[in-house]
Write a protein that binds this ligand. Structure first.
Ligand code: PRP
Ligand code: URA
Length: 210
């Protein structure tokens, strides 16, 4: 396994992922779970944030403590399904800015088609976390990260809930400098480039379409 890939096998994440996969799980619960898993992924993927010493007055005395060292962040969901992860990550880092990249897969070729891109103007000052629940062929995430790199952010990390081995390989080859965090590494893609066993179409399940 590539050093730059973190599979998050925490029991809480694995339990929530199982309910997410279940075809009987409805949109309301699906959205809640995507949000909760995204929050836990945000917690893990920010483990290396730098700290600085500060002074704090407790009700009893003044003491030395730690605070985040002014790191600016941006979350960039890949539309649509990435939107489902935004609330969870913002619950931990409410001061982060949010950009959006719109992409859909051509149903015949499975190639990504981009239709929207709006990113914070001060990206060179920020660490960017790209959000998408599904890494299938890898095409959407590879193109999204390539677009973001043109804006010269400080660092990029990619957070996905389920990855296919094919997509993970393609992504880490295209962007070896971008760490990937995922909750589940599945078996393979089917003939329609859907992840097996997967969870179906993430966008449709989040938004109740289809
Ligand atoms: C899904 C998913 C990813 C992409 C992954 O989006 O949210 O963006 O497919 O597939 P890939 O790795 O093969 O590119 P989809 O194209 O279904 O669009 P939607 O979120 O608008 O439904
Ligand atoms: N997009 C999804 O939503 N699900 C898959 O399995 C593959 C791509």
């Amino acid at each position: 396994m590539n050093d730059n890939v973190v599979i998050m096998d925490h029991p809480l994440i694995q339990h929530k992922l199982t309910i997410l996969r279940d075809k009987r799980t409805g949109s309301k619960q699906f959205r809640e779970l995507v949000s909760e898993i995204a929050m836990l992924m945000c917690y893990e993927s920010t483990r290396d944030l730098p700290l600085m010493d500060v002074k704090v007055e407790t009700p009893l005395m003044t003491t030395k403590a730690k605070a985040l060292k002014g790191r600016k962040m941006a979350f960039v969901p890949i539309l649509r399904a990435g939107l489902g992860m935004v609330e969870g990550v913002l619950s931990l880092i409410p001061a982060a800015k949010v950009g959006h990249i719109g992409m859909y897969r051509d149903p015949e070729t499975h190639q990504p088609v981009d239709y929207y891109c709006k990113l914070p103007s001060d990206l060179p000052e920020r660490d960017v976390f790209v959000l998408d629940p599904m890494l299938a062929t890898g095409g959407s995430a590879i193109d999204a990260v390539a677009s973001i790199k043109k804006h010269s952010p400080k660092r990029i990390k990619f957070l996905c809930i389920i990855a296919a081995p094919e997509g993970l390989k393609a992504f880490t080859e295209a962007h070896p400098d971008v760490p990937v965090y995922c909750a589940g590494l599945d078996e393979k893609l089917n003939d329609h480039a859907y992840i097996l066993p997967g969870l179906g179409d993430a966008g449709d399940r989040i938004f109740g379409t289809k």
